[in-house]
Ligand binder design. Structure first.
Ligand SMILES: CC(C)(COP(=O)(O)OP(=O)(O)OC[C@H]1O[C@@H](n2cnc3c(N)ncnc32)[C@H](O)[C@@H]1OP(=O)(O)O)[C@@H](O)C(=O)NCCC(=O)NCCS
Length: 250
């Protein structure tokens, strides 16, 4: 318990430029107090002392303004900064090294029992006021913009903003756009919505075509080295992106 406290203090000193020293962090950071009380409450919950666990969690909320259900599973070095108004639901899981700002809700959208709150993998940052609602996963290293409302999974390393949250371009998007541009085809003209089945299908097709293109280039380079590159005539017809565009427009 106290080893965890020491590493919690160290991680706050590391992540909050306003934190001056360990004593200040120990005495003036409600996020730290909430985590300490949550660990006690969670232990009581595991020992099936449910009322006592809820009562402990209630005191945590009373003292810090941060409500963490005793059933929630929080990893190590989680930093709840400022923290007022944070609500973390019963079946939520928060991975190691996550940072959560004030006003964040890790909530559910269903009244049924079972897993109904989100899972944050390690190193996720959730901006002030963001709501993450539902039993999906926010991938490792993802960043959720302040006041975003996230209602579906966010890939690892991505940044999601807005209501409902949309994923800003990540590395795979940039690669895909570069491949698509080489083929004279604008992937983003079709919309980036993670919901749109047409956009998803076309993104997969572009990825597949680009992957095959790269493989063919590698094969041709190898044949070149062997002095056995086939003549231009035997290449057949390549991918005609313009035709695809025309078909879609029509
Ligand atoms: C989401 C976030 C991590 C993005 O940071 P970033 O990668 O540096 O992104 P940028 O600032 O370059 O913005 C990228 C785009 O997202 C938009 N954007 C950024 N944050 C946004 C937000 N919270 N809501 C809606 N749109 C947002 C920007 O306007 C920009 O749009 P554009 O490309 O159309 O111009 C950051 O803006 C954020 O919200 N961090 C949380 C900080 C916080 O809560 N601090 C509390 C301290 S008490």
């Amino acid at each position: 318990m106290f080893r965890h406290l020491r590493e919690d203090i160290a991680c706050i000193l590391e992540r909050d430029p306003a934190a001056r020293n360990g004593f200040e962090v120990l005495t003036c950071y409600p996020g730290l107090h909430a985590l300490f009380l949550h660990r006690l409450a969670h232990a009581l919950w595991i020992w099936r002392l449910f009322w006592l666990a809820r009562w402990m969690s209630h005191w945590g909320r009373f003292l810090t303004g941060i409500e963490i259900h005793p059933g929630a599973v929080l990893g190590r070095r989680v930093f709840i900064d400022h923290g007022f108004g944070v609500v973390i639901g019963e079946t939520a899981e928060v991975g190691d090294d996550c940072t959560i700002y004030q006003g964040v809700t890790l909530g559910g959208t269903s009244l049924n029992g079972g897993k109904r709150h989100p899972t944050l993998e390690r190193d996720v940052v959730v901006g002030a006021g963001a709501k993450i609602l539902g039993p999906f996963t926010v991938g490792a290293g993802a960043r959720i913009g302040s006041n975003a409302v996230v209602v579906r999974a966010v890939p690892a390393g991505a940044t999601a903003v807005g209501i409902p949250a949309r994923v800003l371009h990540d590395e795979s998007d940039k690669r895909r756009e570069a491949h698509a541009a080489r083929m004279g085809f604008s992937a983003y003209a079709l919309g980036q919505s993670l919901d749109d089945p047409l956009a998803i299908a076309l993104h997969s097709l572009i990825d597949h075509a680009a992957e095959q293109g790269e493989q063919i280039e590698q094969i041709l380079a190898a044949l070149d080295k062997l002095g056995a590159r086939p003549s231009e005539a035997s290449h057949g017809h390549g991918f005609d992106a313009r035709k695809l565009n025309e078909l879609l427009d029509g």
